[in-house]
Design a protein around this ligand. Structure first.
Ligand code: FUB
Ligand code: ZN
Length: 667
């Protein structure tokens, strides 16, 4: 097995103008804002109840409550369990979705990444106090899930399919590991180890245990991470057990929820990717977030165990997503029914789901694929996700969020058409089901750790994000600095300052959107191109540098003809940025606009709220509105008038009030 080192955020200093601003937004605005949200202190926002639930569970201590005393929960159509609104709102009740604990877990993870880069004693104090509250809820046997602690501890582990205990556990592990790595404090880490031990006592291969696995994946990759930090084989074993058990017959979930007559077997299990044992799966199916979290865990175990079949499964599923089921923005999950993948090439732009969390998960999957196969196709997608759908998930001010990320919006349809009720035309302050905002925060605050992968004596540069990075060599250290003007300009300078003559390799990703790059700098560059990376191996001196230019011309892109929604339409891309048209620049009725492909595409600096961006402009046409008196009339050639089309980066849409937007335009 190759020696893979996940970059340590403490050793990466982000200097990049574009991403530094995002990281600081997370640190200064998003983290404090989300803390208020978790404590239900954001006026007019949906309540979270997250910290409330931990406090109530902490007060209960070892007492056992049974649900006889309680109002029964209600189940939403998604299988979520929510407590009905009781006007009296008794203080000692669990409120919110069954997985509300995970909001804290993601918040503490974002805090941890931020602390790795900027010391902030006050934030650390708040985080320590929050950890005390969370740990006070833990029962003596290690169990730590407020939903069951508050409602009925005797029912724990009885609904692995829907009740998200293992999902909350997985998130808590991720948060605990990150906080330990950031601060060296192990209170939460010890708590999650005890919780993992408690789970392993109840679930596993042994006859007396439940042969179950998570209904919502994430515990798999979390356990891989727990194993890597603690080196405890038992966590590797439990994570691998979850991976291997999924999809085996008889189906575990049938024991919990006997199938109803007429329920289609395949569909019933696809939602949780449990329709087949994972190594027999060839397609991405079901709930998109669950799916990509599972695939990320599978990739982790493929790397940790050297399992070739698991690795090939991940590769096949990756290709299925990227070549058949992904929006041009990087969004995945085409249908809101089950928040799921649809069939191949079914990519509607307006009824889309494209949940922010699913794209965050896709970045996790990409990173793990890069750790098992250094092929730039994974990093290309990582870049596309980051600069487009992921950033679009948050308002430029950092206090409003999208859950669903559409590629076409007609606000009236969102307000009046039930089929689009899940699509918001403007970002929301918070959500009852608030999985996306803290997921974004933890990803963006750890962006530095996605720039490189170190494998043996090679450092792969996946993302051109300005930074300074320290690479340990056997006989010394190399400081690698990237200066980059991405995403607005393709000039990059990589400088190396090395205090040893030990050779090592820098492998540079050549982005898929770049047709022709230029390289200059290091004397006699001897390089080799492999799977999208340019490998440069040498003894580096203290003044070596590489100048790269990735020209960013405006490109007009077509979709595969099998994507029925996009036929006769085109999208605009420049460098890593996907563009869209908005009503604020182009007026209403975007569907009447048409691209003139022979026109010259110009770029122009513009401001969208506080953000300086590069807009794309071109002469195009607007179809004249019909003056028909009837809905349907004999065909006449449509008439067009000249107009200027202005595209803005997709991630900046909906920052100037409610209005129409579209990524795909007639051509
Ligand atoms: O079920 C937990 C989270 O809520 C999922 O990951 C999201 O898709 C949302 O359904
Ligand atoms: Zn989400």
């Amino acid at each position: 097995m190759n020696d893979i080192i996940r970059p340590d955020l403490k050793k990466i200093q982000i200097t990049d103008e574009f991403w530094k601003k995002e990281i600081e937004l997370i640190r200064n605005t998003v983290i404090p804002y989300q803390w208020e949200a978790l404590n239900d202190n954001v006026p007019d926002a949906e309540p979270s109840y997250c910290m409330h639930n931990f406090k109530v569970a902490g007060k209960l201590n070892e007492k056992i409550r049974q649900n006889a005393d309680f109002v029964q929960p209600v189940y939403t159509t998604n299988g979520f369990c929510v407590w009905p609104d009781d006007p009296k709102k008794p203080e000692d009740r669990f409120y919110g979705f069954v997985f509300q604990d995970s909001d804290f877990a993601k918040w503490i993870e974002a805090v941890a990444y931020s602390l790795q880069q900027y010391s902030d004693p006050e934030l650390e104090k708040t985080a320590d106090e929050a950890i005390d509250i969370v740990c006070s809820a833990q029962r003596s046997d290690g169990y730590l899930d407020t939903f069951y602690i508050i409602n009925d501890i005797t029912k724990r582990f009885t609904n692995l399919r829907d009740h998200h205990e293992l999902y909350c556990f997985g998130h808590l592990v991720e948060g605990a590991v990150a906080y330990y790595e950031a601060t060296g404090k192990n209170k939460l880490l010890q708590a999650v180890c005890r919780y993992a031990d408690c789970i392993a006592e109840h679930i596993g291969a042994e006859e007396e245990k439940l042969q179950g696995y998570p209904g919502h994946e994430i515990a798999e990759m979390a356990l891989a991470r727990l194993y890597e930090v603690t080196k405890e084989e038992k966590y590797l074993k439990l994570g691998l057990y979850f991976v291997n058990e999924r999809g085996k017959r008889p189906y575990y979930f049938d024991k919990e929820h006997p199938p109803k007559e007429k329920e289609k077997e395949k569909l019933r299990y696809q939602y949780q990717q449990a329709h087949l044992p994972v190594r027999e799966q060839t397609e991405a199916v079901g709930h998109a977030v669950r799916a990509v979290y599972l695939y990320s865990g599978m990739a982790d175990f493929a790397r940790l165990t050297g399992d070739k079949t698991l690795r090939e499964t991940c590769q096949n599923i990756w290709d299925d997503i990227v070549n058949r089921k992904m929006y041009i923005t990087g969004g995945i999950g085409a249908t809101h029914i089950g928040e799921a993948f649809s069939f191949a090439y079914d990519l509607p732009n307006d009824t889309v789901y494209a949940e922010t969390c699913a794209s965050v998960g896709m970045v996790f999957f990409a990173r793990r694929m890069l750790e098992i196969e250094q092929n730039s196709k994974y990093a290309d997608i990582m870049e596309r996700e980051l600069y487009n759908v992921i950033l679009s998930g948050m308002g430029l001010e950092g206090t409003s969020f999208f859950y669903v990320n559409p590629l076409e919006i007609l606000p009236e349809a969102c307000h009046k058409d039930e089929r689009k009720a899940h699509v918001e035309p403007i970002r929301q302050k918070w959500f009852g089901c608030a999985c996306c905002p803290p997921n974004l925060a933890r990803l963006i605050s750890s962006i530095g750790s996605y720039i490189f992968t170190e494998i043996d004596n090679c450092i792969f540069v996946h993302l051109y994000i300005g930074c300074r990075f320290e690479k340990k060599l056997k006989s010394g250290t190399a400081i690698i600095s990237i200066q980059s003007e991405f995403p607005w300009d393709g000039k990059v300078k990589i400088s190396v300052d090395c205090n040893t003559d030990e050779p090592f390799t820098i492998a540079l990703r050549i982005p898929d959107w770049c047709k022709d790059f230029q390289i200059a700098g290091v004397e006699q560059i001897e390089s080799e191109m492999k799977l999208g990376y340019l490998y440069i191996t040498k003894t580096w001196s203290s003044k070596d540098f590489i100048n790269l230019v990735f020209p960013m011309e405006v490109q007009i892109l077509d979709a595969d003809t099998r994507v029925r929604e996009d036929i006769g339409k085109a999208a605009v891309r420049r460098g890593p940025i996907i563009y869209c048209l908005e009503e604020a620049d182009n007026g209403k009725d975007l569907h009447l606009l048409k691209i003139d492909e022979s026109s010259e595409f110009q770029i122009e600096k513009q401001k969208i709220a506080t953000e300086s961006i590069i807009a794309v402009k071109a002469q195009g046409w607007r179809q004249k509105k019909s003056e028909k008196t009837a809905l349907y009339t004999p065909h006449i050639k449509p008439e067009f008038e000249n107009t200027t089309l202005t595209w803005i980066p997709y991630y900046t849409w909906s920052n100037r009030g409610e209005g129409e937007m579209q990524v795909w335009t007639r051509i």
